[in-house]
Design a protein around this ligand. Structure first.
Ligand code: SF4
Length: 362
């Protein structure tokens, strides 16, 4: 594109945005903490899912000081069900650093802001451009898809060179006079018009600049490398009952679902029966002897890189003391108190059954 065409592209896009932007809670002002929290929540998650979480989070942790002074468990509880819990742990850690190192002021420059846990190039560019007008182009899935179509760019959007390649392209298009508005316009256009399937080219503000539309090749873009099939892991889970309580254990602080609480269990080995795996895992991982009473349910849950199938058993305690490998905790709790703990999505799928005393004690 020539400089004149780039300016026309920017103007069409931003004029459309000013007319069509959705009213979203994080767009009420340009407070960098509010924008930061929204961008963290919006990673890998749909806007409509994020809105109620965002409103609850902002009511509970209205500024960086409030977040830094809160217990991680409270933050994880507020995040429960939103997934990708490393985002919450990093945000909590970053808030503490902002308070300690930057006097409670969210850094407004690239070097300091992107030194915070969980703040990568995308969040860095989004927050600094929207809150502080820094000329930094955002590149997320929406932006890559639009650029691939507008330029008929054959770079696979999930390939190793995609980020570099589309960042270069995005950098040539950003409006230096209003980078925040421009970035939001591009992302909004990707969400509302240039959708992954069935883009609404008839409503597109940049249709006259789009090579794929002009050549009738829209469905060929973006290109992507074929993904490997997602593996499936089977896990046996034991709801261990003892004197009106059940045992929950805490996951290690780092790693998948770190810091969350769950019913104990572990992977079923090849050729192993689920019930046998439940007995073995509880003995190996928790150090307890139990009896499996009955099969409760099967639960399926998908993560980004694998799927999990839980075989959940109702069991009762027989002997032993809880012994966990590593710095993690456990509780014998009444089911009525389970909502006080942050619980992973796969466990939430069967907890409603356990809240029924007839099922739990049956
Ligand atoms: Fe996307 Fe269609 Fe617009 Fe091209 S014309 S950017 S394919 S919505």
């Amino acid at each position: 594109m020539t400089p004149e065409i780039i300016v026309a592209f920017q103007q069409h896009l931003q004029a459309w945005y000013r007319e069509n932007m959705r009213s979203l809670p994080w767009r009420r002002n340009r407070d960098s903490y509010r924008i930061w929290v929204s961008e963290v929540m919006l990673q890998q998650t749909q806007v409509n899912t994020v809105i109620p979480y965002y409103n609850r989070f902002m009511a509970r942790f209205p500024d960086v000081g409030a977040l830094s002074m809160s217990a991680l468990q409270d933050v994880l509880k507020c995040w429960e069900g939103l997934g990708y819990y490393a985002r919450a742990r990093n945000l909590h850690k970053a808030a503490a650093i902002v308070t300690r190192r930057f006097g409670g002021r969210v850094p407004d420059n690239w070097k300091e802001f992107t030194s915070l846990p969980g703040v990568g190039p995308y969040i860095g560019a989004a927050v600094l451009s929207i809150a502080h007008g820094r000329v930094l182009a955002v590149v997320d899935g929406n932006v890559k898809r639009i650029l691939a179509r507008v330029f008929e760019d054959p770079t696979p959007v999930n390939g190793s060179t995609a980020h570099k390649s589309f960042s270069r392209l995005a950098g040539t298009l950003i409006d230096p006079a209003s980078p925040g508005c421009y970035n939001q316009a591009l992302m909004e256009m990707g969400a509302l018009v240039c959708k992954p399937a069935s883009p609404r080219c008839d409503q597109c503000p940049v249709v006259f600049f789009c090579r794929a539309h002009c050549h009738g090749t829209v469905e060929k873009y973006p290109r992507r490398n074929q993904r490997k099939p997602v593996p499936e892991v089977r896990v046996a889970v034991g709801v261990i009952r003892r004197n009106g309580t059940v045992l929950i254990t805490q996951r290690k602080a780092d790693g998948l679902l770190g810091g969350l609480w769950e019913f104990p269990g572990g992977k079923i080995k090849k050729g192993e029966r689920a019930e046998a795996a439940c007995l073995r895992e509880i003995k190996e991982e928790v150090g307890l002897d139990i009896v499996v009473d009955t099969y409760l349910t099967e639960v399926r849950h998908a993560y980004t890189h694998f799927k999990v199938v839980l075989d959940v058993f109702l069991c009762h305690y027989v002997d032993g003391h809880v012994q966990l490998g590593g710095p993690v905790d456990y509780r014998w709790i009444k089911m009525a108190d389970i909502d006080q703990y942050p619980i992973p999505g796969a466990n939430l799928k069967f907890i409603s059954k356990l809240k029924n005393p007839e099922i739990l004690n049956g």
